[in-house]
Design a protein around this ligand. Structure first.
Ligand code: NAP
Length: 245
């Protein structure tokens, strides 16, 4: 995909991987719109990059997703790239799950409902654009699960599958390109502050992914996620065992 002269909408773009992509698209000469739930966080990044356009939106909410599309069509109809990046990760015990289904479902809604719904909502808009791209951010855990984040892994495996079907269908009928970014553990605040400090450096990860976005690659990993997305079933089983001793 081209990296400049786009108008890019990034969900969850005020921190972590979404923000790292926002910075790189800006520096490459694209206009960037980010959304998230926390107005204070959006304001903070606007101070750093005044040219960033921000919007408060909770992608778990169907009405917020519909409103986001309408706002884009009204205010920024030039959007040609959608990055489904927003996500949460929760550690939980399935054998003793003491929470309401609405709490459990919120993780499904953010990580899976949102990218599926936003992709389908934006297709009629994106198909009118030259150089249209949908980027879905999955995870190495889509390929081998980490059992203490079970809902998260299920959403990412499902999003990987959805992305394959989306790419296939859109390639038949539209010029919209579909790219999957498959991060390994990256040092961000995912799951809570300090829980991912073991992950790879955010800038090294984002620089590598961004460079490869400029190629024709459709599925892009980094380090261990590059290995696991290309692994055989015995290798995946070995990874599962190693991660879940
Ligand atoms: N870090 C890793 O190790 C890793 C590995 C594999 C995949 N990933 C994926 O990378 C993506 C970005 O994660 P990250 O590591 O950058 O974590 P992060 O720093 O926690 O960023 C997540 C972003 O998503 C936003 N968000 C969460 N729920 C939202 C909602 N309901 N509506 C709108 N925005 C929402 C958050 O903003 P608000 O809280 O303000 O809404 C935040 O800006 C996620 O999809 C994650 O699963 C990360």
């Amino acid at each position: 995909m081209k990296l400049s002269q786009n108008t890019v909408l990034i969900t969850g773009g005020a921190s972590g991987i979404g923000f790292a992509f926002a910075e790189r698209f800006l520096k490459a000469g694209s206009q960037v719109i980010i959304c998230g739930r926390r107005e204070d966080k959006l304001q903070e990044v606007r101070q750093q990059y005044p040219q960033l356009i921000t919007k408060v939106a909770d992608v778990a909410s169907e009405s917020d997703r519909l409103a986001l599309l309408e706002w884009i069509k009204q205010e920024y109809p030039e959007v040609n790239v959608l990055v489904n990046n927003a996500g949460i990760q929760r550690r939980l015990s399935l054998t003793n799950l003491q929470e309401d289904w609405s709490t459990t479902h919120n993780e499904l809604a953010i990580n899976l409902d949102a990218p599926i719904h936003l992709s389908t909502l934006f297709i009629p808009h994106l198909r009118t654009k030259a150089d249209a791209v949908i980027i879905n951010v999955t995870s190495g855990l889509a390929f081998a699960a980490l059992a203490n984040v079970p809902i998260y892994c299920a959403t990412k495996a499902a999003l990987h599958s959805f992305t394959q079907s989306l790419r296939y269908q859109l390639a038949k009928d539209t010029a919209i390109n579909v790219i999957e970014v498959v991060p390994p553990a990256v040092n961000t605040d995912l799951g809570g502050i300090g829980l991912h400090t073991f992950g790879v450096n955010l800038d090294e990860f984002a620089d590598s992914i961004f460079q490869r976005l400029a190629t024709d690659e459709q599925e892009i990993g980094f380090g261990t996620s590059e290995q696991i997305r290309n692994a055989s079933r015995p290798e995946i089983d070995a990874r599962f065992k190693a991660m879940n001793p």
